[in-house]
Design a protein around this ligand. Structure first.
Ligand SMILES: [Fe+2]
Ligand SMILES: [Fe+2]
Length: 334
C-alpha cells in the first residue's frame, strides 16, 4: 500500500465532489414544514393545564407501531451526538461546512414532526418518551467508537474518523429510511404514513450524499476506504442501545417486518456494496484485498446466522399457530 492519506488530504481532495453533491442535494430536496403533517385538531391539554394526562387507551397505535415510533424518534433525538461526530470529522469549511449545517437542520425537522405528531395524537406516553430522550442524550452515541473498538486494534486505523463517519452514515441513513417507511405501514393511519414517507424521502437523499462521498473516497484511497467500510459493517449498531426497551422494541420491529436481519443484509448492506462495486474492484493492494476477504467472510457468517434465526423464528410461529388452532372454541371466541 502506498502512503496513507491524512484526514486533511482526504477532505481537501474530496471537497469539489462534496460541492457537487451539496448542489445536487439542494436541487432535489423539497421544502416541507412539520406543522403541515400534524393533526392539531386532535390535540388537547394535559393535566398540568387542566386537561387529562396520557393513558394507553387514548392511543390508536398498535404495540409494534408504538415501539417503532419511539425507537425512530429517539434515533432522530440523538442528533446532537451525530452532529458532534460529523462536525468533528468533516471540515467546517466550504462545501463540507455547508453540508453539515444543512443536514443537521433537516434531521432536526424529523425529530420536530415526529414529536409533535405523537404528542398531539397521544400515540405514545409522553413521559416515557421524555425519560428515554434524557437517557439517549445523556449517554450520547458515537458510531466511530463502536467501529474503532470492535474487532480491530484502533492503532491499526490511523486518522480515519472521516472515512468511518461517512461509511457509517451511508448505511445508517438507508436503515433509517427503511425503518421510517415500514413504520408508516404498521401505523394504520394515513397521516402518520404520509409523514413517515416524507421523512424517509429525506433520509434517502442523505444516504445518496454519503454514499457518493464514500464512493469517491474508495476511488481516491481504496485500501483506507475498504478498511473503514469493513470495520463499520462488522461492528454495525443502530443508535438506541442505551434505551432500556431497545431489545424488546427491536425484537417486535423485527417480528413485524419493520427492520430485521434479512432486510439489513438485502435492503441496506448489499445494495450499497454493489453500487461501490466492492467485490469487482481491481484497485486494492494486497492489504485491501485481505480486508475485502475479511468482509466477505463476515457477510457469509452473517447470512448463516440470519438463516438460523429465521428457522428458529418460524418454528416458534408455527408452534404458536398450532396452539391457537387446537384451542377450544370458547377460548378462541373470547
Ligand atoms: Fe432523520
Ligand atoms: Fe438522515
Amino acid at each position: 500500500m502506498g502512503r496513507l492519506l491524512t484526514q486533511l488530504e482526504l477532505l481537501t481532495e474530496l471537497e469539489p465532489i462534496a460541492a457537487d453533491n451539496v448542489n445536487r442535494h439542494l436541487s432535489m430536496a423539497k421544502a416541507w414544514h412539520p406543522h403541515d403533517y400534524v393533526p392539531w385538531d386532535e390535540g388537547r391539554n394535559f393535566a398540568a393545564m387542566g386537561g387529562v394526562d396520557w393513558d394507553p387507551s387514548q392511543s390508536q397505535l398498535s404495540d409494534v407501531a408504538k415501539a417503532a415510533m419511539i425507537t425512530n424518534l429517539l434515533t432522530e433525538d440523538n442528533l446532537p451526538s451525530y452532529h458532534r461526530v460529523i462536525a468533528e470529522n468533516f471540515s467546517q469549511d466550504g462545501a463540507w461546512g455547508t453540508w453539515v449545517g444543512r443536514w443537521t437542520a433537516e434531521e432536526n425537522r424529523h425529530g420536530i414532526v415526529l414529536r409533535d405528531y405523537l404528542v398531539v395524537t397521544r400515540g405514545v406516553d409522553p413521559v416515557e418518551l421524555e425519560n428515554a430522550r434524557m437517557i439517549a442524550m445523556t449517554t450520547g452515541f458515537d458510531p466511530l467508537a463502536v467501529a474503532k473498538y470492535g474487532t480491530i486494534d484502533p492503532s491499526e486505523v490511523p486518522d480515519t474518523g472521516f472515512l468511518l463517519g461517512v461509511a457509517y452514515v451511508t448505511f445508517q441513513e438507508l436503515a433509517t429510511r427503511l425503518s421510517h417507511r415500514n413504520t408508516g405501514r404498521v401505523c394504520n393511519d394515513a397521516i402518520a404514513d404520509k409523514m413517515l414517507q416524507r421523512i424517509a424521502a429525506d433520509e434517502n437523499l442523505h444516504m445518496i450524499f454519503y454514499r457518493n462521498m464514500c464512493g469517491a473516497a474508495l476511488d481516491l484511497a481504496p485500501d483506507q476506504a475498504i478498511e473503514a467500510i469493513a470495520l463499520t459493517l462488522m461492528n454495525f449498531q443502530m443508535p438506541g442501545a442505551e434505551n432500556p426497551n431497545f431489545r424488546r422494541y427491536g425484537a417486535l420491529m423485527a417480528k413485524h417486518g419493520i427492520y430485521d436481519m434479512r432486510q439489513h443484509l438485502e435492503d441496506v448492506v448489499m445494495p450499497v456494496l454493489r453500487i461501490w462495486k466492492i467485490f469487482e474492484r481491481t484497485d486494492f493492494t494486497a492489504a485491501g484485498e485481505q480486508t475485502r476477504e475479511k468482509l466477505a467472510d463476515y457477510l457469509a457468517k452473517y447470512e448463516r446466522d440470519m438463516l438460523k434465526f429465521e428457522e428458529r423464528r418460524d418454528r416458534i410461529a408455527a408452534r404458536q399457530a398450532s396452539k391457537r388452532d387446537s384451542a377450544p372454541l370458547t377460548t378462541t371466541l373470547r
